[in-house]
Design a protein around this ligand. Structure first.
Ligand SMILES: *Cc1c(COP(=O)(O)O)cnc(C)c1O
Length: 231
């Protein structure tokens, strides 16, 4: 089941890239495994996935230990509290959810301690929904300017979560907004800091095709991969 689901998701991604005139390999599929046991994650890995996403540090730690030997890139896609940063920096290859300068500074501080340069994305609240984490779009360039001074984090791009909707087309404006924000930020990053954001983490089971059409380079998918499994 998991194997077939992954094949279907891959095919849908390929089609969406084709529609947008992009390369199919320009999109990384992050398998979001929250609530799923290590055996199912192993099956996803056997199907060729090497990017695993979790939304809680504690849960990720347990799985990290169970799957230690697998060649996996670990992604933190959920909100990160400052008191969990130390553990997060130890296991995650990419943190998708930086939403304040204070959090960026703490990641920088903990990464320095273990001699790591931590890859991060800035989470942007493109919809303005009060229930969502993330920086407001208009505050994002300012946060990025300040974060460029932190030597032990590497700003790779932006992440967003679109509002839940029956019709995936309704998510399109939020994805478009994130892409335009990245382009706007890259104008000053390139000229002033010789830096460039390359990653757009956007698209989940309900809306990833639309996200890919709008330029997503990283989709985060759980339900569409694990549906039909027992739990
Ligand atoms: C759970 C989660 C996902 C995956 O959602 P699905 O709808 O199951 O594909 C993606 N991103 C974040 C931040 C999540 O918490």
């Amino acid at each position: 089941m998991i194997c077939e689901n992954i094949a279907l998701v891959r095919e849908n991604i390929r089609r969406a890239t084709e529609k947008a005139g992009r390369n199919a390999d320009s999109v990384t599929l992050v398998c979001v495994t929250k609530g799923r046991p290590p055996e199912e994650i192993k099956e996803a890995i056997r199907s060729g996935l090497c990017d695993i996403g979790e939304n809680k540090v504690q849960e990720a730690l347990a799985k990290y230990n169970a799957l230690r030997k697998a060649q996996i890139k670990w992604h933190l896609v959920g909100h990160l509290q400052t008191n969990k940063v130390r553990a997060a920096v130890e296991i995650f290859d990419l943190i998708h959810s930086v939403d304040s300068l204070k959090l960026a500074q703490e990641i920088d501080r903990q990464a320095l301690k273990i001699n790591k340069v931590q890859d991060v994305l800035i989470e942007v609240n493109t919809s303005g929904e009060a229930s969502k984490f993330g920086v407001r779009p208009e505050e994002t360039p300012g946060l990025i300017k300040e974060a460029t001074g932190l030597k032990n984090i590497r700003l790779q791009g932006l992440m967003t979560i679109a509002p839940i909707a029956e019709d995936k087309e309704l998510a399109r404006p939020y994805f478009k907004k994130l892409r335009e924000l990245k382009d706007e930020i890259n104008k000053f990053l390139l000229t002033t800091y010789d830096l460039k954001l390359t990653t757009l983490s956007m698209g989940m089971s309900q809306d990833y095709e639309v996200a890919v059409e709008e330029g997503s380079t990283m989709v985060r998918i759980g339900t569409a991969i694990f549906k039909g499994e027992k739990r």
